[in-house]
Design a protein around this ligand. Structure first.
Ligand code: RP5
Length: 189
């Protein structure tokens, strides 16, 4: 099945994992990456790339809590039925997207505070991390590190029920360890 590019999806990113049901081939993306603005994509693409490296299908979408509240409601309410298992939500400034999403779905939501120009992402972090008891958002670090770690955390959740993915995640971490030199060199950046 071919999924057309839809407006509002940065780069039309979609990494399909087809599953065969009789003659019908459908695509399910266990992870949805949503973000408040196109400007968040430079950060959130690191989450998409990390998931792609682990062979996990993702759907990416711009969903703004402030500018497109109805899109947010429709997305969050339909997320489970769409086959998503984990949602990664990145936003900057008055970053209500992860919290509002978590309020509208029981799926796990990981929030990535995007580094804002005015306050370097501290505003984003505070907006996301201080959820009142009862509606959790797993909050990651500000910026690229948070986007990558959100993807790795999503992968770890999915790996609980997917042994092949658990092996890929373990291999990814082994490679990361292997890449760390024993001693620093003058020429290394
Ligand atoms: C938030 O406002 C977005 O998540 C973004 O980080 C921030 C700025 O958005 P733009 O003005 O760049 O669209 O909603």
């Amino acid at each position: 099945m071919v999924f057309p590019r839809r407006p509002g999806r940065p780069h039309g990113e979609f990494h399909p994992q087809p599953r065969q049901f009789a003659s019908l081939s459908i695509v399910i993306a266990p992870v949805a990456i949503i973000m408040g603005s196109q400007s968040d994509w430079t950060t959130m693409r690191h989450a998409a790339e990390t998931l792609a490296a682990l062979g996990i299908a993702v759907e990416t979408k711009i969903v703004s809590a402030h500018r497109t509240p109805e899109r947010l409601y429709a997305f969050a309410k339909g997320a489970r039925a769409a086959g998503h298992k984990v949602i990664i939500a990145g936003a900057g400034g008055a970053a209500h997207l992860p919290g509002m999403t978590a309020a509208l779905t029981e799926l796990p939501v990981f929030g990535v505070p995007v580094e804002s120009k005015a306050l370097s992402g501290v505003d984003s972090l505070y907006s996301i991390v201080q959820m009142p008891a009862g509606v959790p958002v797993g909050t990651l670090a500000i910026g690229k590190a948070g986007a990558i770690n959100a993807a790795l955390l999503a992968a770890a959740v999915l790996a609980l029920s997917d042994e092949a993915l658990a092996a890929r995640l373990a291999a990814w971490r082994r490679r990361q360890s292997d890449d760390v030199a024993e001693r620093p060199e003058d020429s290394a950046s």
